[in-house]
Design a protein around this ligand. Sequence first.
Ligand SMILES: [Fe+2]
Length: 230
Amino acid sequence: MNFAPTKFKVSRRDVLIGGTAAMTSTSSSAGAPPDKIRLTPGRDARPFDRDRFVENCIKAHMESDAVPAVREVLARAVSDHRSVLAGLGEATQAGLDVLLSSPTLTIFAASWTPQMNLLPHDHMMWALIGIYTGREDNILWRRGDDGIDAYAANCLFEGDVATLPADAIHSVTNPLLRFTGGIHIYGGDFFDTSRHQWDPDTLAEEPSDGDAIRAMFARENERYRRVCEE
Ligand SMILES: [Fe+2]
């Protein structure tokens, strides 16, 4: 799959831990770090329109090689990350702005509070992450003989896109003192799929679902409120 149409320039940043970023696909093993790609917008870039973006993702998802096709739509969007931020708005709390929820495709903008941490979790479906403001650091985990083990890290800046295969496990940190925002796309019904998460202290495995995610955001926003009051 060619991710570099002639009107775009492509560059990459190295993975912080685990060597150079490698291309992955939905069938990739958990041993490969997620790849990421950055596109420089062409002169014909248009302001971000969330409805048009969703329509383009749905069309791309119908292609035979759906993940690279949807990824290209996302990469084109966040290549003009300022436009995406203007279209989606500045975040004031952690949360999910759902653009599409369907049995086969979920799209939302996720906002992380300053220095927010998300515990290790899986998705049970392929995922794409495109950063439009701030920065998101990922630790990649994989199942071992005794729980999960960290094996790589990936640092995503504005304009970067990462692909996570269906068996990926990651934990996420916003290292900045400002909000981070990313468009997340999943190849299934994210809110109606039983998943897994791991206690950040003990790495004990626990079930995860939409309720667990909502509870996590509620706790995080309470933490952020207390920080702001100090
Ligand atoms: Fe995730």
